[in-house]
Design a protein around this ligand. Structure first.
Ligand code: NAD
Ligand code: UD1
Length: 338
């Protein structure tokens, strides 16, 4: 297939690019680099041994998106492009609505105008909010607790309405749990701008000496060791699921929403220990107050993804820590300037 990756220069998109090229697809990356670096493109070329077709594109620019679709033919779109910081979304909700929801509308419009009817969408476990029970199944109650989460829920709903209106339009919503790790080459990985919000990149920056110590948000959660429990999923497992989802829409011509997680939760302190072992160095930390909006324990029931896509996570927490550390230690300051 000829596939457009919107937001393909970002963390998950770059890893998906590698898998899709390895599976023989022709893949075009479009991005506005609002949260990524052009340096990733050279690295993708190094890994795949081929130039990376790239289109600068801001999804907020409806005319540019329409014009781009008018000049190209695609068999499918994988849509990663979004702003993703929960805290920032609470401070600037309109920017999140404009970028994530407005950008998605422009994308869907461009697809419809040019007859592109296959979509794989990056959703998130954030749509479950504070789930009533774990493991979380796809039919759990949806509830969002912040503007970022609301954009994901609204985007799932918009896509659902488009599928209902056009029986030939098919979409797979992938609800990622907690992506972590990097490509085994150490050439691409997670490169957050500013202070990392998420646990794994923060640990990486402590390990490499960019930050003094990790703050563990709460030691009094009702969990095995008092720290928060999450379902960390290796980014290469996640990447593979996008290729499987594209095969699914092409083969089955149906819509689908699935969780992507391992089905196992681990605590903050368990992840810190696993990372310290993988990197063979101490990770200094201190337990501080809970982070507002956090929940005790979230992990996936990933069995639907196995049944429908034939997908399951293969890599464990050791591989996530080893690969994240390889990336961070080889690239202490992230991607080089392009
Ligand atoms: P990322 O920020 O690394 O990648 C997103 C990419 O989209 C970036 O390269 C950014 O420059 C681009 N982008 C943003 N707005 C754009 C616009 N208007 N036009 C063009 N490009 C734009 O994030 P990621 O971690 O790779 O996440 C990918 C997707 O997965 C996002 O939709 C995110 O919400 C979702 N998700 C991520 C996580 C996670 O923890 N990383 C978890 C659940 C869901
Ligand atoms: C966060 C987002 C969520 C998003 C998910 C995946 C919030 C409130 N939620 O969830 O919307 O879908 O990422 O991108 O931001 N932790 C620390 N110290 C840190 C960072 C994190 O102790 O410096 C703890 C957290 O309290 C949590 C765990 O580590 O228990 C994982 O945190 P994080 O990586 O931010 O992911 P989520 O909280 O699951």
């Amino acid at each position: 297939m000829r596939i457009l990756l919107c937001g393909g220069a970002g963390y998950i998109g770059a890893h998906a690019y590698v898998v899709l090229v390895e599976r023989g697809h022709e893949v075009i990356v479009a991005d506005n680099f609002s949260n990524s670096s052009p340096g990733v493109l050279g690295r993708l070329q190094q890994i795949t041994g081929q130039p990376v077709p790239f289109q600068p594109l801001d999804l907020r620019d409806r005319e540019a998106v329409s014009g781009f679709f008018g000049r190209q033919h695609f068999d499918a779109v994988v849509h990663f492009a979004a702003l993703k910081s929960v805290g920032e979304s609470c401070e600037r909700p309109l920017d999140y609505f404009h970028n994530n929801i407005g950008g998605t509308l422009n994308l869907l419009h461009g697809m419809q105008q040019t007859g592109v009817r296959r979509l794989v969408f990056s959703s998130s476990a954030t749509v479950y909010g504070d789930p009533a029970s774990v493991p979380v199944r796809e039919d759990a109650r949806l509830q969002v607790t912040n503007p970022y989460g609301r954009t994901k829920l609204v985007m799932e709903e918009l896509i659902g309405d488009l599928c209902l209106s056009d029986p030939d339009f098919h979409a797979v919503n992938l609800r990622y749990f907690n992506p972590a790790g990097a490509h085994a080459s150490g050439l691409i990985g997670e490169d957050p701008g500013g202070v990392p919000n998420n646990l794994m990149p923060y640990i990486c920056q402590v390990a490499v000496g960019r930050r003094e110590r990790l703050s563990v948000f709460g030691g009094d959660w009702p969990t095995l060791d008092g720290t928060g429990v999450r379902d960390y999923i290796h980014v290469m497992d996640l990447a593979r699921a996008h290729a499987d989802a594209l095969d699914f829409v092409a083969r089955e011509r149906r819509n689908l929403t699935v969780n992507l997680g391992t089905g196992h939760g681990i605590s903050v302190l368990q992840l810190v220990k696993a990372f310290a072992d993988a990197a063979a160095r101490d990770i200094p930390y201190q337990v501080v107050a809970r982070r507002p909006g956090d929940v005790a324990e979230v992990y996936a029931d990933p069995s639907l993804a196995h049944r429908m896509l034939g997908w399951r996570a293969e890599l464990g927490v050791e591989a996530m820590c080893r690969d994240a550390w390889r990336w961070q230690s080889l690239n202490p300051q992230g991607y080089p300037a392009a």
